[in-house]
Design a protein around this ligand. Structure first.
Ligand code: LLP
Length: 432
């Protein structure tokens, strides 16, 4: 469920008319619903209530300070992948002691920063990283809490670019090698073996792969717990969301429909996994990103031109692949809807940005209402891996972001001024 809905002909976020947000903040504009964020966090947290658990929001999905503040206020922990993300948590008022630090490429500086800030755990991805963390901790006279990431080698059945839990991927340490790695790590003086971690992929729409991975890893967790006194087991993120029928999925009626029965919900996820996890007697961590924020955000864009050429009807909008790269990069589907509903026949359309690349599209051959210059469209389910993956390609300023709370709205990020794009550049000395 989410809080984007039509009332009469107009699209709203909670009780805020999106058209009026556009008038105030301009386009391209990311709009986030605080209520949706809150509901998604709470649903997951409540579903896992039978377990001693911690939800660590994977902030790579959306690291806006206001989004982080909303989640920190709810008691969320965070899964960070850089010192920059950890700094964001701290700036937003979150707690480093509720953060796990993942990623295959942690630098010495990042490790030192995280240690000084009292991170809950490093999710370690290789033995050289383990040795490096031990060395940095020794220098700082600290003991580093770590969990090794096990690669369980199970297929997640998701897009190749976001599958992580097989031996084709760069992530984690092979299942078969883990016990020996823990035995060696136990001899490192500045390491405390705090947990075991895994993450098999993103946008998983069934519980089966999660269950298969947990079943495979469970005996290993038990052994490691007995040998090394582990405190937690992190089962990663990856819960998928509804992209198709995204608008329908905001309504209570849709949730009673047949389509909804097939969706991965926090309760179906927890129902299958808690009986497996509870007997471990460990704290269970999860690292959801997309599930919490994906359907809590949309990208609003203005139609600049409509162009018919060859067989195609192109709707050229003011957002582009630099604002939302998912369709270009993952062939991702985002529902496209008008801010104001229109009658009349649907026209097969390609919605495209203004960047000089054929990959710069949001949808192809999609039946859409007839639109013209000055109309607005919303790209739904853009809250996760939307703004965070934006760039200044083609020297296009970063979009603005707005958070809505009931009738209220406020800029969670102002639109970037164009001069800021080259602010850190200069003409080199010999060219002056
Ligand atoms: N934990 C780890 C170790 C991860 O690598 C990821 C995502 C997550 C948690 C959160 O996964 P989620 O719950 O959001 O599925 N940019 C891509 C997704 C990349 C996911 C990377 N890792 C997209 O737009 O689909």
């Amino acid at each position: 469920m989410h809080e984007f809905h039509y009332s009469g002909q107009d699209l709203y976020c909670e009780q805020a008319l999106i058209k009026s947000l556009v008038q105030k903040y301009g386009t391209p504009l990311y709009v986030y619903s605080q209520k949706t964020l809150t509901n998604h966090y709470k649903k997951l947290d409540e579903a896992l209530a039978p377990l001693d658990h911690m939800v660590c929001f994977a902030m790579k999905a959306n690291s806006n300070l206001s989004v982080i503040r909303v989640l920190a206020n709810l008691g969320s922990g965070f899964d960070v992948v850089s010192a920059g993300e950890l700094q964001r948590v701290i700036v937003a008022g979150g707690d480093a002691r509720r953060c796990v630090f993942a990623g295959v490429g942690k630098t010495e500086e990042e490790i030192a920063f995280a240690l000084q800030r009292g991170i809950y755990s490093f999710n370690v991805e290789s033995e050289p990283e383990l040795a490096r963390i031990n060395r940095v901790a020794a220098r700082l006279k600290k003991i580093a809490p770590v969990a090794v990431r096990v690669n369980p080698n199970v297929a997640a059945g998701t897009h190749a670019k976001i599958t992580t839990g097989t031996y084709e991927n760069k992530f984690g340490i092979a299942f078969e090698a883990i016990e020996a790695v823990y035995a060696r790590a136990a001899r490192l003086k500045h390491i405390r073996l705090q947990g075991l971690q895994m993450h098999i992929g993103s946008q998983l729409t069934e519980v089966n792969p999660f269950e298969a991975a947990i079943r495979k890893v469970m005996p290993l967790v038990q052994k490691l717990k007995a040998r090394h006194g582990l405190e937690f087991f992190s089962i990663g993120g990856g819960l998928g969301i509804v992209y198709k029928s995204a608008l329908a999925s905001g309504s209570p009626a849709w949730w009673k429909s047949k389509a909804a029965q097939k969706i991965l919900t926090p309760s179906s996820y927890a129902r299958r996994l808690t009986p497996l996890l509870k007997p471990l007697g460990l704290k269970i961590l999860i690292e959801p990103g997309r599930f919490i924020v994906g359907n809590a955000g949309i990208l609003v864009t203005r139609v600049e031109y409509v162009k018919r050429t060859g067989r195609k009807n192109f709707v050229i909008v003011d957002a582009a692949m630099n604002d939302l790269i998912r369709p270009a990069f993952y062939d991702a589907y985002h529902e496209v809807v008008p801010l104001r509903k229109k009658g009349g026949a649907l026209i097969s359309s390609d919605v495209v940005g203004g960047i000089c690349e054929s990959g710069d599209y949001f949808c192809k051959d999609r039946p859409l209402p007839k639109v013209g210059e000055g109309d607005h469209l919303a790209l739904l389910s853009s809250g996760a891996y939307g703004f965070v993956m934006a760039s200044n390609y083609n020297s296009r300023p970063l979009a603005a972001e707005v958070l809505v709370h009931g009738k209220k709205s406020d800029a969670a990020r102002k639109r970037q001024e164009v001069e800021k794009i080259w602010e850190d550049e200069k003409i080199v000395s010999w060219l002056k």
